[in-house]
Each structure stands twice: as structure tokens, then as C-alpha cells.
Ligand binder design. Structure first.
Ligand SMILES: [Zn+2]
Length: 443
């Protein structure tokens, strides 16, 4: 169990080691493995699981982990926490290399609803997943790659060449957002061989056994990210600023709560707890690994094959869907509903929406409120102004998919979907405290 003073630094470490959804899932896998969780394979048949701690990865980017009791202690209900591993960013196109004059640039697609302006003039690094095979073989392997240093920049245009720059100006998603990687005299720079070199140097550093001498990368899913790690900020270091706080703050809190609950298992006090960390939330969740896909339903069907028994258990269960909320921005306070202005440092936010963009209802809000009281954590509410659009999250999709009562909550944050977002350290701790209470308190 992490102490409150150490929590922000541990969270920052988790975020820094998770530059992409693939890496976030790998960070979660490492943490769980280190704490005695067993990985299950979706491609193999499962026998009836004995009491224990388990996790499953899908697409290398989504993860479900749980504490499970054996048949004799078959659960009456399942406490669930959901969050997402992905964040808006720039994804390298399949054929990305652009040689413009002597500039080597990479074409990117915009992943999710990114706030684009803050990506200019940043030190960017690159990470993701590559598929490769040994020359002469057709056996494919998948590896994570991370340059871990600034290798690119999207330079702004000087104000002398654009005197309108400080007025609201549209960013052209095709022509303006093209990272610069190098100055080169090469006619046709070979991006794949740059990747191979990076992979080989990485493998030797990590001493995971050397790669074969001759490998060929066939495909990649690579994302640019802010090379600057998260930082504690403010006169009293009350704030945490960094990339991907939406939604790694919630992933980390869910993981830590599960680890504490797993300790309870050893002492025979654990409940049946599950965390679901989904990829692809930022692009609508309809995918192999997303909340609007089959992942969770498939796992639940394997755990409880009897449909009646499964449905009854789910109808007795609660899902806390944790995803960041909008804190009141002191410079733009008029953008908030006057009666619902979440403040930083004042605890997790219950998110509500009459049009079901959030899954919260009075019954689930009340349960969360009581949990906060039990955990001695303050709690706030958010609804969007009627003259503005409302975001959404995995809560409504999961609730609809498996029929589980759901509450949407989150840590209040500033600059959501920017390359750097800001939250209060105290709120991250509060979220963890209430999730821990959820998993550990006897019903
Ligand atoms: Zn989110």
C-alpha cells in the first residue's frame, strides 16, 4: 500500500513508463505479475478457476484483472472498476516518410479528440508496437518500442510570417501537424531500418536476449508523445502536470486498489473484485479491445458460464467507471454550469447527464457518495451547461453491454486532451482511497 506522500511520485512514474496504451497495459501487467497475479490466455480453454488473482491482456493494449473465489465460494456480486489506457495523440501513418527539401518528416493521423495547439514546439518522442519476423521466416513477433528521448518537433510558424497567429486560427490537421525528425541528405530515408536499430539497441539494454541479427519489421502502431515526464508543480507542489493524466490517473488508482484488495485475499477477507482497463475510449470504444467490444462480456461468460447465474450476479454488482472530469478553470469559469463547478483539491466528481452520456443514476450516485463518506473523501458533482455539448466515456457503453449498474466519476482536471493536463495530487489520492474502500469494505 502506497503512503499518501509517495503516491504522486509513484503515479508520475507509472505515467512516464506508459507512453502508449500498449505500454500502459504492459506497466499494469508488470505490476500485477510482481504481485502474484497469474496471466490467463484467451486462446486456451480455461478450467474452473481456483480462488486466486488473475489477469488477461487483449490486443496488448487492454487488460482485465480480478480476484476470484472458487466454486464453493461463488460470488454473489462482483465489484468492478473501469478506466481507459489510451489518450489522444498523433499516430504515425502506415507509409509515413516525407522528404521535404532536406527535412525528414513523418506523416501522422490524429488519434482521438486531441487539443492540437499544445503539440507545437514540444520535444516529442515516439513509442508503440512493431510486428517483425526473422529474415527467411514467416513467424511473426510483436515487440514494444520506445525511443525514450526527444526525437522530433512540430515547429510553430514564426509570428513574423503569420501576424494573425495570436487570433483564433484553425490548425490544418493534414498539413500543419507533421513532425520534423532529422535533416538529411539521403534520397529515400528508410524509416523501418531506423525502427529496427532502435529495437535492437533497446533489446540489448533490457538484456531480454538478443534479437536475431536479420529482422524485418512489417507493420507498426506508433504514437508521438511528450518527451517531458510528468512533474509536480505549484508553490507547494500540490499539482501534477503531464501527458495522459486522462486516463492513467484512474488506471493507476484502480490497479493500486486491486493490489490492496489482493493482500486481503491472503488474509481471507477479499471480495470478488475486477478492474477493466480498455483501449480505444478516445475513438469511440467500438473495437476488439474497446469497451463497446466483446472483451469484458467474453471474460464474464468464461468465469460464469451459466447465463442466469451470470446475469443475477451482474444485477447485484456495481461498476465504478473512472475517467477524468473538468475542474473549474479560473480563467474560463463561465464555461461551467454555475451550480456544478468541480474544484481541484475537493475530491472525485460524480458525472451526470440527463441524456445518458454518463451512466450515473440516483441509485449509483448514492452508493458512490456513501463510499466517499466511508473513505472520508469529499465528493463533487458535474453536469455540463445546457448550451454546450457533453463528453462521454466507457460507463454508458459497459452498462448497456453487460447490464451492470454504473456510476461515472473522475478526478477534476484542467486542459483535458492537451499534451499536458493538470490535476491536484490530493484528488488522485482521494480517488484511490475511495476505490480501495470499494474493493476492501465488507458489504
Ligand atoms: Zn478519458
Amino acid at each position: 500500500m502506497i503512503a499518501e506522500q509517495l503516491y504522486p511520485a509513484e503515479l508520475a512514474k507509472f505515467i512516464a513508463s506508459s507512453p502508449t496504451a500498449f505500454h500502459a497495459a504492459a506497466s499494469a501487467r508488470d505490476l500485477l505479475s510482481k504481485n502474484g497475479f497469474t496471466q490467463l490466455d484467451e486462446q486456451a480453454p480455461w478450467q474452473e478457476l481456483p480462488t486466486g488473482k488473475y489477469f488477461i491482456l487483449r490486443n496488448d493494449s487492454s487488460l482485465i484483472a480480478f480476484i476470484w473465489q472458487d466454486q464453493a465460494n461463488r460470488p454473489r456480486y462482483l465489484e468492478m472498476i473501469g478506466a481507459h489506457t489510451d489518450s489522444p495523440c498523433l499516430k504515425v501513418k502506415p507509409k509515413p516518410v516525407l522528404k521535404n527539401w532536406n527535412c525528414l518528416q513523418l506523416g501522422v493521423e490524429i488519434y482521438g479528440g486531441a487539443l492540437l495547439r499544445p503539440w507545437f514546439d514540444r520535444e516529442l518522442s515516439l513509442a508503440g508496437r512493431v510486428l517483425w519476423h526473422e529474415t527467411g521466416s514467416t513467424e511473426l513477433h510483436s515487440s514494444l518500442v520506445d525511443f525514450q528521448r526527444p526525437i522530433a518537433i512540430i515547429p510553430n510558424l514564426a509570428i513574423h510570417l503569420n501576424s494573425e497567429a495570436n487570433k483564433m486560427q484553425e490548425v490544418n490537421r493534414q498539413t500543419d501537424m507533421v513532425p520534423l525528425l532529422a535533416l538529411t541528405e539521403e534520397e529515400e530515408p528508410d524509416f523501418l531500418s531506423i525502427l529496427v536499430k532502435q529495437l535492437q539497441s533497446q533489446e540489448s539494454q533490457e538484456s531480454q536476449g538478443a534479437l536475431p541479427q536479420q529482422i524485418k519489421i512489417t507493420d507498426h502502431e506508433l504514437f508521438f508523445y511528450d518527451a517531458a515526464p510528468p512533474a509536480l508543480l505549484g508553490l507547494d507542489e500540490q499539482l501534477l502536470t503531464g501527458a495522459r493524466l486522462d486516463n492513467l490517473v484512474s488506471c493507476f488508482a484502480a490497479l493500486q486498489a486491486l493490489l490492496v484488495a489482493a493482500n486481503g485475499t491472503a488474509q481471507g477477507t477479499a471480495q470478488n473484485c475486477m478492474i477493466i482497463l480498455n483501449d480505444h475510449e478516445e475513438v469511440g470504444s467500438t473495437s476488439l479491445a474497446g469497451a463497446d467490444g466483446s472483451f469484458l462480456r467474453d471474460i464474464l461468460e468464461r468465469l460464469l458460464p451459466d447465463p442466469g447465474e451470470r446475469q443475477a450476479m451482474l444485477r447485484r454488482s456495481l461498476l465504478i467507471s473512472a475517467d477524468n472530469a473538468h475542474a473549474l478553470h479560473p480563467n474560463f469559469f463561465e464555461r461551467h454550469e454555475p451550480q456544478h463547478q468541480p474544484l481541484m483539491n475537493k475530491g472525485p466528481v460524480i458525472k451526470m447527464n440527463a441524456n445518458q452520456r454518463y451512466a450515473t443514476n440516483a441509485a449509483t450516485a448514492a452508493r458512490f457518495r456513501l463510499l466517499c463518506e466511508q473513505a472520508k473523501v469529499p465528493v463533487q458533482e458535474f453536469v455540463v451547461r445546457n448550451d454546450m455539448g457533453c463528453g462521454s466515456t466507457i460507463g454508458p457503453l459497459t452498462a448497456a453491454k453487460i447490464g451492470v449498474d454504473t456510476v461515472d466519476v473522475g478526478v477534476p482536471s484542467l486542459a483535458m486532451h492537451s499534451i499536458r493536463e493538470t490535476v491536484a495530487c490530493k484528488d488522485c489520492w482521494y480517488l484511490y482511497e475511495v476505490l480501495r474502500t470499494f474493493f476492501c469494505a465488507a458489504e
